[in-house]
Structure formats: structure tokens, C-alpha cells
Design a protein around this ligand. Sequence first.
Ligand SMILES: [Fe+2]
Ligand SMILES: [Fe+2]
Length: 474
Amino acid sequence: MLKYPAPARSNINRQHVQRQDTNDAGTQHIRLSQVISALSYVLDMTEGQPTGHAVRSCIIGMRIASEIGLSTDKLSALFYALLLKDSGCSSNAGRVCSLFGADDLTVKRNFKTVDWSRLSDSLRYAARNVSPQSSPMQRALRMLALAFEGQKAARELVHIRCERGEQIARMLDLPEETARAIRLLDEHWDGRGHPEGLKGKEIPLLSRVLCLAQTVEVFFTTYGLSAAFDMLEERRGTWFDPALVDAFLPLRADRALWDQLKYDDLQEQIVRLEPEDRILMADDARVDRIAEAFAKIVDAKSPWTYLHSQRVAEIAVGIGEIFSLSRDELRRLRRAALLHDIGKLGVSNLVLDKPGPLTDQERDEMKGHAEKTGEILSRVRCFSEIADLAASHHERLDGTGYNKGLKGEEIPTSARILTVADIYDALTSDRPYRRASTHEEALAIMRKDIGTAICRRAFTGLELYLRKSRNRIH
Ligand SMILES: [Fe+2]
Ligand SMILES: [Fe+2]
């Protein structure tokens, strides 16, 4: 068990937390940390990291914080920064894929073990990761292009990722210190990091902790304890704040810490690391914002899906209102629509952004996103009730859809609404292999599938909603 100095207790704050535990309707609210830590697994997947990377980084980072005696406010800001540090990771996936001509998940995984501030290491890394399936000539050309873009490309990739991560933290109403820590987590002590090239104590302390914690986690998980500490000593004063390294070095002997990091399920331990006086709760409004934030993360994964989840949610709720669904049903439908494609975060951009037809294997990978959506959401307490609904958006009435092959009455009304909203938005948006259909073309295409794929009532609801919303605009 980890040892931490007992945080100062405040009765006022404790009462505040207890009051927030129950809302007006008497239903339980849950801790924000439970939701965010469960969702952090999807960020690991997007970053190509082994499951649990973010929660293990959180344990390591909070341990450093306890060694250097951070205040409760800073501990709270750091705690969420550690869990959400990769929330911008989807936004540069398409660029990584096009730059390297390779699977973004693999490139990103390998990137975390390289000292990319050193030219020789960067070149070795590029040679290993560039266009693995291409001819030697194509690889050489891409290497040349990469070498040409070099540091500029690296800065751009980090900039996109960190800026988006900062926005996500703000969307969730987390402290400004959390947002800033995420934005600057790839800055290095010697000034050779990104995105701003800050140096020494110009870099916020929380960002310095983030950088150290995530790198130790990657080396410990990939190569073991000795390699992690060798790396720490080697990068002391280049990547890392020497004082933080010095505070961390004695922890090498803490067997309990390193044994704990090998557990499969660290959820309970993570929840206990949040400072007792700053326990943040997730009420319905905050859970809605979490769904909106993760919809942005999903849509950022591919340039072709910009705003897709948000638009599907607007259309689905519009149809749901025409169907006079209850407030609770509408809220569930909206959350499911926002998160319906969250499984795509585990699909390579080589597949998502492919300009031509998919191979059988690629099609299977693409189809797998619906099942992944269900798996991801079922593990998050506040989203488990919408997991089946969100995962059902590619089902067809005739039973030939996926992922479960549900048929007719097995597909509930909300799922039918979600399906037509998804199809309409996909058809009226550009895709890498076809241009967008017009409004009329999309409805004509969908009309042909009524009764086989699409529910007639849901389609009529879609037409009514679109007529109303288009009249509002014109
Ligand atoms: Fe989908
Ligand atoms: Fe979709």
C-alpha cells in the first residue's frame, strides 16, 4: 500500500461533498474520478499504449507529488491532469498516419520510448516506423520528407495534441492549472521540448511531474524497473527537472509501489488518490459534458468525421422529441449518440482514412468499432446503461447488421432513431472514398432501405425533424 501524508481535512468541504452525494431526486451521484479513470483506458488505446497506462502514470505522478509535498489544490489539479494527459491524443492521429505512412497506434506507441530531442534517436525511430509495408524507394522518399520537416513536424504534432487536451480539461470545468499542465507536458527541462520550448522553471511544476511520470510508466511497463531508473538518470537535466528526479530516485526500493503497478484493475486505488478535501462529483450535467468532451475526442480522430458525433446527437434528439420520448430517454439517447463511435478510437487511421475500398481484414477492423463501443461504455458506471444502445447503430431490421445481428423487434425505438441519424449524417458528409450526397440524394438512398435496414417510423421522424430544422435555417 502506498503511503501518503494525510491531507488536511476541512469539515466544511466534507459536508459539501456529502451533500453533493445525493441529488434532489435522491439518486446517487458518482465521483468524477470514477468516470474519468474508467474512460482513461480509451485514451490509452488511442495513444497505442498498454491498457492502464494513464492510471499507472497517475499512481506514479501522485507519488512524486507526495514526495515533494504539494498543496491540496495542486494535488487535485495534478490528479486530473495525469488521468486526462492524453485527451488530445486523437487529434494528431490522422497527421501521424499521413506523415509516417504507417499505423498511427504503432507509431505512437514506439514514440514514447524514444528520446526524440536527440537527432540520432529521432532518425533511428523514423527509419523503424516509416511506411513498413512500402517499397525501399517509397520508404526512402518518405524518410527524406520527414527529415526535411523534422522538428517542425514534431512541434506541430505535439501542439495539436496538447492544445486539444487543454480544451478538453476546460470543457470539464477542471482547474486552469490542470489544463495548462496538460498543454505543456511535453516541454523538457533543457528547453528542447514542445510546443513552446520552455526551459527549467518556466515549465509549470505539474507539467514537469506529468512528463516524468508518464515516461517512467512507459519504461517500467515496457522494459522493467532497472531500465526506468537508468532512463531517469540519463535524462536528468535534459528532459526532467533534476530536483524531481532526485526526489524520485529513492523510490526504487519501494517494492509495494512497483508491485501495485502490475495489478490489472487499479480503479479502486486511483479513486483513493484524489485528495479527500477536493473530491469532485459527477452530476447529470457534468456527465453530459463528459459525453460531449469524449465526442470531440472521437470526432478528432479522423479529418472525415469532424463534428459527426455532435450532429448525430442533434438529429437523434430532434427525432426523439417528435416521438415524445421522456426527458430521461432523451438524455440517454443524446449520450449514446455522442459516444456511439467511441470504439473508433481503437481503429487505425490507415483504415479510417483510406481513400479506396477496404480489404476484408480492414472491413472487419472497421466493423469491430461497434462492439468496442459497447465494451468501453459498459465499463463506465454512468454510461453502462447506454452501452447497448450506442453499440447498436449499425444493426439492420433484417438482421444482417452488426455487431449482434439483431432483428426486427429486437432493435428498440431509440436504436432505430440513432441508426437513421447516423446514416443521414454519414451520407451527407464527405468520406475519403466518396463525396457527400445532397440532402435529397441522402433521403432517396435511405428510402430504398426502409423495411430491410431502416425503420419506417424512424425515417419519417427524420424527415419531419429535417424539414423543421431546414425551415428554421432558410
Ligand atoms: Fe459507427
Ligand atoms: Fe457514426
